[in-house]
Write a protein that binds this ligand. Structure first.
Ligand code: HEC
Ligand code: HEC
Ligand code: HEC
Ligand code: HEC
Ligand code: HEC
Length: 191
């Protein structure tokens, strides 16, 4: 029986079947990987690229990045500061609205319930990451977050794991041994 299956597998038709099976497994694996790299569902399909194209600075919406550990996500009040003057936003209230994207923003402001943004760029609690130190050292947002001018919903350009931090720290230190020890010391990131 087994031998007959092997013989069949060696026939052209059998080889095609094997090919299809291999392809199916491969595409499943690729699809699995693809889904883990997708941006999560957000309360609003917030278009980064649209806002950046209007010349709004990253630090206007994420001012914490220059001042302290976390960059912060803008509150509805900050969105409203601009959007209450944008006709489109008011139009989103009309029954036949052409801008459904802005509906959740108006609803959130009116009901005073914050939008529940899903974190994208995140490291575990036992890791000490501070934006300020990196921005002060001259690192740009895109060095770590990729080109947000082309994105709608934020996505990580890479996995933010220990290897990723250390890679850049080792490069940063270069020949400077003192800096290398400091930037790769466990206690620098875990304490
Ligand atoms: C008009 C305000 C605004 C501007 C300008 C803006 N952002 Fe954002 N940003 C947001 C909002 C709202 C979110 C939450 C939605 C999301 O994750 O896409 C966010 C999310 C992010 C995130 C993911 C954070 C997380 O973990 O949830 C990163 C990274 C980010 N922005 C970087 C940038 C960079 C870099 C720039 C400049 C090139 C920029 N942003 C400009 C409003 C803004
Ligand atoms: C500094 C001003 C400013 C801030 C702050 C701001 N926006 Fe905007 N937003 C704009 C402008 C300008 C447009 C483009 C409007 C247009 O296309 O006519 C826009 C467009 C949008 C759109 C796309 C609408 C569409 O149908 O194309 C969404 C959604 C949106 N903003 C949501 C938000 C949210 C949510 C926040 C807060 C996290 C926010 N905005 C903060 C100025 C701002
Ligand atoms: C050296 C790499 C690096 C640089 C440079 C950097 N970030 Fe981040 N960013 C991170 C990491 C790592 C996290 C996750 C931090 C955490 O979970 O505590 C993060 C998180 C964020 C978040 C999520 C929410 C929060 O409050 O922290 C936003 C928004 C953000 N960064 C925006 C920016 C902006 C805007 C800039 C440029 C001014 C910037 N980042 C520069 C690495 C970086
Ligand atoms: C793109 C390069 C880059 C990446 C990625 C990066 N760092 Fe850094 N990091 C730097 C630079 C540059 C400095 C400043 C070095 C100096 O003192 O001159 C720094 C300094 C630090 C410091 C010391 C801060 C201080 O107060 O002196 C800590 C802690 C740190 N990084 C944590 C992290 C963690 C955690 C990650 C990953 C989640 C990370 N870094 C990813 C470039 C990077
Ligand atoms: C530049 C910052 C940095 C330095 C230095 C660093 N770590 Fe980490 N470490 C991280 C980050 C970020 C994570 C979380 C992401 C991950 O699991 O890779 C982490 C995760 C870990 C974990 C949990 C791993 C897991 O799979 O859950 C352990 C254990 C750890 N680090 C030990 C160490 C030890 C020991 C050292 C010193 C030899 C060290 N780390 C130095 C940034 C750093």
């Amino acid at each position: 029986m087994i031998k007959r299956i092997f013989d069949w597998l060696k026939q052209p038709l059998g080889l095609i079947a094997v090919g299809i099976a291999v392809l199916a497994v491969f595409s499943l694996a690729v699809y699995g990987l693809y889904t883990t790299q997708q941006a999560p569902a957000q309360p609003i399909q917030f278009p980064h690229q649209t806002h950046i194209a209007f010349g709004i600075q990253c630090l206007y919406c994420h001012p914490g990045a220059a001042k302290g550990p976390s960059a912060g996500i803008p509150s509805e009040a900050k969105c409203w500061g601009c959007h209450n003057q944008i006709q489109k936003t008011l139009d989103s209230q009309l029954p036949d609205t052409k801008v459904p994207l802005l509906k959740p923003l108006v609803a959130s402001v009116q009901s005073q319930t914050p939008l529940q943004w899903v974190p994208v760029a995140i490291v575990p609690d036992f890791v000490q990451f501070n934006h300020r130190a990196h921005v002060a050292a001259g690192k740009n947002c895109e060095d770590c977050h990729g080109d947000m001018t082309r994105l709608t919903i934020a996505q990580n350009p890479q996995v933010m794991n220990m290897g990723w931090c250390l890679d850049c720290h080792v490069t940063t230190a270069g020949e400077d041994q003192v800096k290398l020890v400091k930037l790769t010391d466990c206690g620098t990131c875990h304490y």
